[in-house]
Design a protein around this ligand. Structure first.
Ligand code: GLC
Length: 532
């Protein structure tokens, strides 16, 4: 089947992110697993996506939900066995779905044999050279809070841009490069269609000595990126990976998770001999207002086009507050990608309404769309999780000031009722689900006109039918300042981000609508439509 799929599939695909611990639990231990995913792949075919991206399922102490890998070539028993992975890929390919896996090259777990060897071997050893050990730390902060340095027993310090249990690898070391290249081949040989590259902007660092002991040198790029992010040296690594992928048949892809700014910097990751795609976080972060939305669409398309890459669009993932909740605030700044302890509760109805409009607009755009599991159900963030069940290291490292990302990682509801809404046969799930999720369960939405699930399904079907992914954006200037209006091929798209209803153009026929039109047939506030 794989060979029959279209070439350059990655230029207009819809890719669905599966967070394995929260998708479907086959063995009843409360944590999702690979057999659970395989058994539910039909759902994704019915939904109409082209590919799945699996967040990490590798052996790991789970200090950062699997983004702390202790063995790059196996499956954690929590999620199954390698044979389960093979079965998942085989079934996906049979169904015409591609499979992308997560690659975590910036850091390993502190329980990876390499880090254990580094601790045992001591200062100056080749084992320590595979990580970033120094006699003195500098002032770099960890993304999860606190310092990025931890001291070991013999007095040296090691760098961890994330959790203390995620030591950064030293990408100046050829042994590190050779190892990860081999890991790529391991999974390519098993049939994966690509890799989502975790922290792709972080691998290469420009060392800055502690400022109180030595005069700090000027930054490598004046006014350029911070010394631990987006350094030029990362690109050479991706060029070498691209060569490896190109040795394999079937258009295997690399997608960059690179939180860089502006979009022109993002486009550097998708130059013709580097990665295929990069997540468009500028789009995810755009305020819910017409001007910035138009601007980010334009600048993203222009930046990606300048290097011949497809633009990607994304609104939710496992690191940010679900967009159905981010948009649930009267302010339209979309600033709550994390929820602070003092933040008010979002308005669930407003958030859902806007989220449906935002997705309807997104799925009309040319390029690649990424969906995060559960958004097709309209799931909100779980904003009232009890603190004692939180598992994201951010919560502890921030001194209990940033709640972290657990609220978007709650297991998804398949059927109404039961102890975990059909997530698994067990008594509970690893994070509790809110009671409101009964009404979001897939089974309650299937075949129900106007449900969020049917909206997504219809949007994906029409997107394919009208070839919107391969289309172009032509702005419609007369639509009004608060309206994002564009033509993509024969489809006219109109998203009302203002407060007043907007009339349809004369003779327009509605193909798809994110919400009901008003009694006068106008598009209400926070609603998007596709028209012929
Ligand atoms: C990426 C992942 C995130 C993880 C971090 C460290 O940003 O998406 O979940 O915590 O990298 O690996």
């Amino acid at each position: 089947m794989t060979t029959e799929l279209n070439t350059q599939w990655w230029r207009d695909a819809v890719i669905y992110q599966i967070y394995p611990r929260s998708f479907a639990d086959a063995d009843g231990d409360g944590l999702g697993d690979l057999p659970g995913i395989t058994a539910r792949l039909d759902h994704l075919v019915e939904l109409g996506v082209d590919a799945v991206w699996l967040s990490p399922f590798y052996p790991s102490p789970q200090a950062d939900a699997g983004y702390d890998v202790s063995d790059y070539r196996d499956v954690d028993p929590l999620f199954g066995r390698l044979a389960d992975f093979d079965a998942l890929v085989a079934r996906a390919h049979e169904l015409g779905l591609r499979v992308i896996v997560d690659l975590v090259p910036n850091h390993t777990s502190d329980e990876h044999p390499w880090f254990r060897a580094a601790l045992a071997a001591g200062p100056g050893s080749p084992e320590r050279e595979r990580y970033v050990f120094r006699d003195e730390p500098n002032d770099w902060p960890s993304i999860f809070g606190g310092s990025a340095w931890t001291r070991v027993d013999d007095g040296q310090w090691y760098l961890h841009l994330f959790d203390v249990k995620q030591p950064d690898l030293n990408w100046d070391n050829p042994a590190v490069r050779a190892e990860i290249a081999d890991v790529l081949r391991f999974w390519l040989d098993r049939g994966v269609d690509g890799f989502r590259v975790d922290v792709a902007h972080g691998l290469v660092k420009t060392w800055e000595p502690p400022s109180d002991t030595v005069d700090a040198p000027p930054p490598a790029v004046p006014n350029g990126p911070e010394p631990m992010w987006d350094q030029d040296g990362v690109h050479e690594i991706y060029r070498s990976w691209r060569k490896i992928l190109d040795e394999y048949p079937g258009e295997r892809i690399l997608v960059a998770e690179a939180w860089v700014d502006p979009v022109e910097r993002m486009a550097r990751y998708v130059r013709p001999d580097e990665m295929h795609q990069a997540f468009n976080f500028a789009y995810l972060l755009a305020p819910w207002r017409a001007d910035p939305v138009r601007e980010v669409i334009n600048s993203s398309i222009a930046a990606c086009r300048s290097v011949g890459a497809p633009t990607t669009w994304v609104l939710s993932n496992h690191d940010v507050v679900r967009h159905a909740s981010r948009f649930g605030y009267a302010e339209t700044n979309n600033e709550r990608v994390g929820i602070g302890v003092d933040d008010p509760q979002p308005d669930e109805a407003l958030g859902l309404r806007r989220a449906r409009a935002a997705t309807t607009l997104m799925l009309a755009l040319p390029g690649v769309a990424y969906l995060y599991q559960g958004e097709e159900l309209g799931l909100p963030e779980h904003t009232t999780l009890p603190d004692e069940v939180r598992q994201d290291p951010t919560w502890v490292r921030s001194g209990h000031t940033v709640r972290g990302r657990d609220g978007c990682r709650v297991p998804i509801p398949w059927t109404p009722g039961g102890p975990s809404y059909g997530f698994g046969p067990g008594e509970a799930s690893w994070l509790p689900q809110p009671e409101s999720w009964d009404r979001y369960a897939l089974q309650k939405q299937q075949g129900v006109d106007g449900s969020t699930y049917e909206l997504y399904r219809q949007a994906l079907r029409l997107r394919r039918e009208y070839r919107l992914g391969a289309g172009t954006v032509e702005w419609q200037p007369d639509a009004g300042t608060d309206v994002v209006s564009l033509r993509n091929g024969s489809v006219l798209v109109l998203a009302n981000l203002g407060t007043e209803p907007v009339a349809l153009p004369a003779g327009a026929r509605v193909l798809l609508a994110s919400g009901e039109l008003d009694a006068d047939g106008r598009v209400p506030a926070d609603t998007a439509v596709w028209l012929l």
